[in-house]
Design a binder for this molecule. Structure first.
Ligand SMILES: C[S@@+](CC[C@H](N)C(=O)[O-])C[C@H]1O[C@@H](n2cnc3c(N)ncnc32)[C@H](O)[C@@H]1O
Length: 240
């Protein structure tokens, strides 16, 4: 069973939205699991403090290396014996990290599990990241107030790829990014809405033509909205 370990100061934020819909049903059916660990349980003083002022001065607080080191070691102990960071990535959600993409998500689903460290304040003491060989992953070029929502997003993206979570696994093959392109436009009934009709080809029943139209629209959309993806896609196509 794919397992997500989460280190957080706000365990009550989990499973949150992941307890609903397909992910929630799969969680209930033990297709995947979640182990939420309170970072504060690893504090060493009577005030249970987890943060301190930044060395060198400046605003905010920093999460202490000793507390975080202890919390991470406990999470590592709970992984199956002999598991390395290769089989079970140790990740700090951080705006400084490599930006997550669908390729990364596909690689996470092949692992036995994942450990996600949710930062707060100004983030973690750099030494703990180095000493425990922690990988940093960002959800995008913006700053959240904590890593919890980023962790929920990462887990959601992985869980929907686990066999048995989505009723119609074929939907995963055609969606955005899987082929390197954005998905084509989708339509459903009514046939006409506020003067707008569903493109004729989609109601023609001609499967080959529908496939061709969808491919063309996927390419047009990607070229228009995401020239970065389009360049990568056309470069790869010319390589093949
Ligand atoms: C207020 S932020 C800290 C930002 C940090 N001082 C910086 O400028 O890089 C607090 C926490 O939110 C999480 N976080 C913020 N933005 C994120 C992003 N884009 N992706 C993933 N996690 C993020 C991280 O865990 C971070 O430690």
């Amino acid at each position: 069973m794919w397992q997500a370990q989460i280190l957080t100061l706000f365990p009550e934020m989990f499973p949150g939205p992941l307890g609903l819909s397909l992910a929630g049903k799969a969680l209930e059916n033990k297709i995947w699991g979640m182990d939420v660990m309170q970072i504060r349980d690893h504090a060493r003083d009577k005030h249970r403090s987890v943060d301190d002022t930044p060395a060198g001065g400046g605003p905010g607080m920093v999460m202490r290396a000793d507390v975080m080191g202890h919390a991470i070691d406990r999470a590592i102990e709970k992984r199956p014996k002999g598991t390395s960071n290769e089989d079970w990535p140790l990740i700090y959600l951080s705006p400084r990290g490599k930006t997550m993409d669908q390729k990364m998500v596909h690689s996470f689903v092949k692992n036995q599990g994942i450990t996600l460290i949710c930062g707060r304040f100004e983030g973690l003491d750099e030494r703990v990241l180095k000493k425990r060989n922690v990988q940093e992953i960002s959800l995008g070029d913006f700053v959240l107030s904590g890593g919890e929502i980023a962790a929920l997003m990462l887990i959601d993206a992985v869980v929907r790829l686990i066999p048995g979570v989505i009723g119609e696994p074929d939907t995963l093959l055609e969606e955005s990014f899987t082929s390197g392109l954005l998905e084509y436009p989708q339509y459903t009934r009514p046939q006409e809405w506020e003067g707008e009709k569903i493109p004729n080809v989609l109601t023609s029943g001609h499967h080959e033509k529908i496939k061709e139209w969808r491919k063309l629209k996927s390419e047009e959309l990607t070229k228009d909205r995401r020239p970065d993806l389009w360049n990568k896609f056309s470069y790869k196509k010319s390589d093949d």
